[in-house]
Design a protein around this ligand. Structure first.
Ligand code: SF4
Length: 403
């Protein structure tokens, strides 16, 4: 769950201007105990996971910690986020995760705040795992696709069994008052076959502080399900708008939805909290279990080569790796966008969508998103709703102020 760290006083004088890393995704375990059929790790172009160690070894974690510490000190950064990821990170075991966070904390310069998040499918989330999370302040994000029907459409075991009952058990545990402080939120992948309101209600049943709706991965050469690139229809916008209207009209609003909150923030001149909107700078680095350094994980859905940097934590610093085109070496902001995006009236909000969704085989990333028509319609709809509310607020008569 990418998020920019708020600026605060730093004890380190920046010696070097940006780019810099704000978030490191650590692949603690290269395998998973589910076999979801849409998974970008196991079902897409990059199959390098097959040859990697299952668990990140202690020596690799130490090198990551040293490289990260050097990078933060060099750039005067006083806050960084580490995501314990996989595969399924809890397959690594509580002891390995405990040692990993201790190693990271011990290596970081004094005054640096380390935010740790774990993204899990929840199947192994039990009291022991939550004890670990309380000990280290690890926030837990759980992947679940809605109600039982929606979740079990894709999120299944290798033998075909659905995972809903197991993830529901984990989420009831996480939502208990004694654990709720560690509850970061839910990640849900959109499927047009699922009813949007049933999905939203199913997610809300778990009382998440926040959730996010992810568009399924796809690009111009491998279009997402139900989305033909040359079709002017907007099935994903229609689906998302149904959820947006339900959520936006709720009083009181019981949860946050990162995609919609980012969209509204961007419309009002603020910042995006998601890589899916706003043309955010590439500030995420992924470290595989063997110490290989890669860019953002979503590039796995394009070509195997898009992810490979040739860098690893044993031979290269994070600043070396940052120069690679899959990391900060790639164009960012308006310079990265297709001419159609640069001329688009909603570019300030859309930003061309998620970088991986712009890919076309043999022709790179200088294209609008494969979700262009959906993004345009969604943004216009939200803009109309927010504009109408602001106009109503402006016209509402204010109570008289006493002299
Ligand atoms: S709506 Fe389409 S053209 Fe406009 S910025 Fe987004 S991807 Fe580009």
């Amino acid at each position: 769950m990418p998020a920019d760290a708020p600026p605060s006083a730093t004890r380190h004088r920046p010696a070097v201007a940006a780019p810099r890393i704000r978030q490191v995704v650590l692949k603690m375990h290269s395998r998973c105990n589910l076999a979801c059929d849409y998974c970008y790790v196991y079902r897409h172009a990059d199959q390098d996971w097959r040859s990697r160690p299952r668990i990140m070894a202690p020596g690799t974690v130490r090198r990551v910690a040293d490289r990260l510490a050097a990078h933060l000190a060099r750039h005067g950064t006083d806050r960084v986020r580490v995501v314990l990821h996989g595969g399924e990170p809890l397959l690594a075991g509580v002891a390995v995760l405990d040692r990993t966070v201790r190693t990271l904390r011990a290596a970081l310069p004094t005054g640096v705040t380390l935010d740790v998040v774990m993204q899990t499918n929840g199947l192994l989330l039990d009291e022991a795992a939550l004890d670990l999370c309380h000990t280290h302040g690890i926030d837990v994000g759980v992947s679940v696709d809605g109600d039982r029907t929606a979740n079990d459409r894709h999120r299944r075991h290798a033998d075909g069994r659905g995972s809903y009952a197991e993830v529901a058990r984990a989420l009831r545990l996480l939502a208990r008052p004694e654990h709720r402080a560690r509850y970061a939120g839910l990640l849900c992948t959109v499927d047009l076959a699922n009813d949007p309101i049933a999905v939203y209600e199913g997610l809300r049943e778990f009382d998440p502080p926040r959730l996010d709706l992810l568009l399924p991965h796809g690009n111009w050469s491998a279009p997402p399900p139900g989305r033909r690139p040359d079709d002017p229809g907007t099935p994903y916008a229609d689906w998302l708008i149904a959820v947006f209207d339900r959520w936006y009209d709720e009083r009181p609003r019981r949860t946050g939805i990162r995609l919609f909150e980012s969209l509204i923030a961007l419309l009002l001149g603020g910042r995006s909290g998601t890589q899916a909107l706003g043309g955010t700078e590439p500030d995420v680095m992924t470290i595989e279990t063997d110490g290989t350094i890669e860019g953002t994980d979503t590039l796995k859905t394009t070509t195997a080569a898009a992810m490979r940097t040739g860098f690893d934590v044993f031979r290269h610093s994070f600043d070396d790796a940052l120069r690679h085109p899959s990391l900060a070496g790639r164009p960012a902001g308006m310079a990265a966008l297709a001419s159609a995006c640069r001329a688009c009236p909603v570019v300030g909000v859309c930003g061309g969508g998620l970088y991986a969704h712009r890919f076309r085989d043999g022709d790179g990333f200088a294209h609008p998103s494969v979700y262009c028509a959906d993004l345009f319609r969604l943004i216009r709809h939200v803009q109309e709703r927010v504009t109408a509310d602001l106009a109503a607020l402006r016209d509402r008569s204010m109570p008289a102020v006493r002299p």
